[in-house]
Design a protein around this ligand. Structure first.
Ligand code: SF4
Length: 177
């Protein structure tokens, strides 16, 4: 497999991350997931930088956080979800942010202490601890296993997710035409 193909594969894997996560976490239950709910932060300080794409061959993982913030705590990835309003962060968004933390650690040699998840009107600070890191590795393993299957069921009943899904054109389980 060429590097380009590997990057494309990982992009597809990340795109499927949200769907798989919701399915798995719904089954396991939030209470048993051990994932952080996130702490709301009210100010963003530090130096904000537009982030470039990050690629970690060791983990066969690539991604591009919306920003990297250099502050007193270290180097922090930021994911922005414009228009999303929720009292708690979505599990899939937490895992996406965890992937960015791993990418920052792998490419910059600095382990982010947390990531920031910015929704409409509030920002959550998600600790990048061992529990979240292990959950990320488990999820990546499960995704790669599922990538070998041809019968992975849809994980949700939300047409809105399908409407904005980048895989809709090729998905035979889409809830919208
Ligand atoms: S179109 Fe819907 S069911 Fe298909 S991959 Fe996207 S979100 Fe999942």
């Amino acid at each position: 497999m060429t590097t380009g193909q590997a990057v494309l594969l990982v992009f597809v894997l990340l795109a499927a991350l949200a769907a798989l996560l919701l399915w798995r976490l719904a089954r396991a239950g939030r209470a048993r997931s051990g994932l952080p709910r996130g702490e709301i932060v009210y100010g963003d300080t530090g130096e904000w930088m537009a982030a470039e794409s990050l690629f970690a061959p060791r983990y066969r993982l690539t991604g591009k956080p919306d920003y990297l913030v250099r502050n007193a705590d270290g180097l922090v990835p930021v994911e922005v979800k414009p228009g999303r309003r929720a009292a708690e962060p979505y599990e899939a968004d937490i895992m996406q942010l965890a992937a960015y933390c791993l990418l920052v650690q792998a490419t910059r040699g600095e382990r982010p202490p947390y990531g920031l998840l910015r929704y409409e009107g509030r920002t959550f600070r998600i600790a990048y601890d061992a529990t979240l890191e292990n959950a990320l590795f488990d999820t990546l393993d499960a995704m790669r296993a599922d990538a070998q299957r041809s019968d992975v069921p849809r994980s949700h009943t939300d047409p809105v997710r399908c409407r904005y899904c980048g895989l809709r054109e090729d998905c035979h389980q889409s809830l919208v035409d």
